[in-house]
Design a protein around this ligand. Structure first.
Ligand code: AMP
Ligand code: MN
Ligand code: MN
Ligand code: MN
Length: 282
């Protein structure tokens, strides 16, 4: 079987490696089919694609779009998108546009909690300052000694109810799906298990409503195997995919060496009941 990794990040968004370095790492770890899926930005795709060509790997254009659905933030991965499709480009530009102001408000909120200068510290970690986000804040809070690692930052700060959290309006679900589908791509609901943990998470009833709406809007697949899922969640979301007629995707959600739940590639197989998303990527 080929080794697929259909979700990962470079420093075009909040990863630590350049797009070419991401591809090199994937290649060295046995990945045969790779999608780069930076948050709300497609600028890394050309560099990644030409490096993948050198390794004779198959490369799939991807993106991970930030969405606000009801009160929840969701991530929709687009696979096989066409980066030259104007509505997708313009949509992503609009999604990115609020990040700097949001980051300044996050920094103000942290200052009120006694930690000052976080915006100035965090922006140094953002290769593209317009893409500044919570991961860059987390890296600075680790470097400055406030937390021991990125994971513990997200236990104490930057999430709903904690210092440094600022609510934000991202793209509408219907828009994100139509930009992806309009460009000839496939829309994948990323890491669904993440929406069901924590204080402000969704319950099973809401997950059912989300999956029904996602399918009705033209969503195609569910990320069943991802770095943040447990083996129990692989089985749980395989059943959801089956119930809603969705294909199943897999990806590491790699952000950088030593920082992610999983390194690239060598992901567990999809559960047998799944119809893999690569049926539609041929
Ligand atoms: P933003 O788009 O600025 O809201 O940042 C979201 C990013 O923060 C995600 O893509 C992850 O990279 C990171 N993140 C969110 N929650 C966690 C968490 N609990 N642990 C580690 N990283 C997280
Ligand atoms: Mn991220
Ligand atoms: Mn995500
Ligand atoms: Mn991701």
């Amino acid at each position: 079987m080929l080794d697929y990794d259909l979700h990962c990040h470079s420093n075009i968004s909040d990863g630590t490696l350049t797009p070419a370095e991401v591809v090199d790492r994937a290649f060295s770890r046995g990945v045969k089919v790779l999608a780069l899926t930076d948050h709300d930005d497609m600028d890394g795709l050309d560099e990644a694609r030409s490096r993948a060509l050198q390794h004779d790997m198959r490369f799939i254009n991807g993106v991970e779009i930030s969405v606000t659905w009801r009160k929840h933030t969701l991530h929709i991965v687009g696979l096989n998108i066409d980066p030259s499709y104007a509505p997708l480009q313009q949509g992503l530009l609009a999604v990115r546009s609020g990040r700097t102001e949001r980051a300044m408000r996050m920094s103000d909120d942290l200052a009120r909690a006694g930690i000052s200068g976080v915006y100035q510290g965090a922006v140094k970690y953002a290769h593209n300052p317009n893409m500044i986000g919570r991961t860059h804040f987390a890296r600075y809070l680790v470097e400055s000694g406030h937390c021991k690692d990125v994971k513990s930052v997200f236990n104490r700060y930057l999430v709903n109810g904690k210092p440094g959290y600022v609510p934000h309006q991202w793209a509408a679900l219907s828009d994100a799906i139509s930009w992806i589908n309009g460009s000839g791509g496939i829309a994948v609901l990323a890491h669904p298990g993440r929406y069901m943990v924590g204080k402000h998470s969704m319950g099973k009833k809401t997950m059912h409503e989300l999956l029904a709406e996602f399918s009705a809007l033209g969503g195609c697949a569910l990320e069943v195997v991802t770095g943040s899922h447990t083996p129990e969640q692989y089985a749980e979301f395989a059943r959801y995919a089956d119930e809603f007629g969705l294909l199943a995707s897999c990806g590491s959600d790699f952000h950088g060496p030593g920082e992610s739940h999983r390194d690239m590639g060598r992901l567990p197989d999809l559960p047998l009941i799944c119809r893999p998303v690569w049926e539609r990527l041929q």
